[in-house]
Ligand binder design. Structure first.
Ligand SMILES: Cc1cc2nc3c(=O)[nH]c(=O)nc-3n(C[C@H](O)[C@H](O)[C@H](O)COP(=O)(O)O)c2cc1C
Length: 322
């Protein structure tokens, strides 16, 4: 299947693995890229630019296919050493960067000068247009269904994708809620040139996380995610657990009065304990509604092959016969 995205990134299948904190290590990125998709290392999971440089080197040793690095631009008081991370990406010979969070405008000159293709993840048409304007090569349109931060507009992909198609000139992929070949076909029908998946890739053999995390996704239905931090304008879709239930109650009680300091014990520095140790009630962790469609733990290759087979069958058999 050739699309503008497979051509832009020089990959076999139009399937991207989105950056995931404490999940997007070289092992997962290389497995996705070796399976013909685009694997992505999560930049900020590496504690320093030097650590990121080492992770990039490791990934190069595990695959000779293209892979990318995610650079999440956070509104933090003590900002990470972004110029250092960009330098590690450039010097590591990475040719694709997925940016997310705030606008990557500041980093575009350095990335473009190094010939790096930039795909910016956004949750609204206005942010997609801004990404196009500042020179991004593509956009990842993250619908309300997505695991992680869906923004504050609550526009699901059935509306977001055709709206992005109406306005944007650069290619875009559909992100959020996707885990099947049928959804890949639907995304293409709505104008996307491919898909981006997070939660589905978390439940694969190669995802370097504790088995409890994968089991929690298998056990969950589409009803089991919750939105937190809405009143802090930093909404995150997470899997329900005892900590999240407690936080949701606290948020209900405090309403708009809630402060970040009150939320922090549920969300700050929890990923390591959850992803590495499998301590599933330690705090909140991102997870999408697609958990309801995840019923097994395949390898990345099994997953991608299965999705492509299903997608091709739908396009060439079912739809062609209509
Ligand atoms: C556990 C987890 C951690 C994530 N961490 C990040 C991150 O650090 N940076 C980022 O840009 N997106 C992050 N995301 C979002 C994914 O890259 C992707 O956009 C999202 O998962 C798509 O929705 P889906 O889970 O329904 O496929 C994370 C998602 C998950 C599930």
């Amino acid at each position: 299947m050739k699309t503008k995205i497979t051509e832009l990134f020089n990959i076999e299948h139009p399937i991207i693995q989105g950056g995931m904190h404490y999940v997007g290590y070289a092992e997962l990125a290389a497995a996705v890229s070796n399976a013909g998709g685009l694997g992505i290392i999560t930049g900020l999971t590496q504690r320093s630019p030097e650590d990121l440089a080492a992770e990039i080197k490791k990934c190069h040793s595990m695959t000779d296919k293209p892979f990318g690095v995610n650079l999440t631009i956070l509104p933090m008081v003590n900002s990470p050493d972004y110029p250092g991370y960009v330098k590690a990406i450039v010097e590591g010979g990475v040719k694709i960067v997925e940016t997310a969070g705030r606008s990557p405008e500041k980093f575009m000159p350095a990335l473009k000068e190094a010939g790096i293709k930039v795909i910016h993840k956004c949750t609204s048409v206005r942010h997609a247009l801004k990404a196009e304007k500042i020179g991004c090569d593509a956009v990842s349109a993250d619908g309300f269904e997505c695991g992680g931060h869906p923004g504050e507009d609550d526009i699901p992909n059935f509306i977001l994708l055709p709206r992005v198609l109406e306005e944007l000139s650069i290619p875009f992929v559909a992100s959020g809620g996707i885990g099947t070949g049928s959804q890949l076909v639907a995304s293409l029908a709505l104008g996307a040139e491919g898909i981006n998946m997070g939660t589905r890739f978390l439940a694969t053999k190669e995802a370097p996380v504790h088995e409890n995390v994968k089991q929690a996704i298998l056990d969950a239905s589409e009803l089991d995610t919750r939105l937190i931090m809405r009143n802090l304008t930093n909404t995150e879709r997470v899997l329900r657990n005892s900590a999240v239930d407690e936080l949701v109650e606290l948020e209900k009680a405090k309403g708009e009065e809630i402060t970040f300091d009150e939320v922090a014990p549920f969300v700050v520095s929890k990923y390591r304990d959850i992803m590495k140790n499998g301590n599933m009630d330690a705090g909140a962790w991102s997870c999408g509604m697609v958990a309801g469609l995840i019923h097994d733990i395949p390898s990345c290759k099994e997953l991608i092959d299965r999705m492509m087979k299903e997608a091709n069958a739908i396009i060439h058999d079912r739809l062609a016969k209509l």
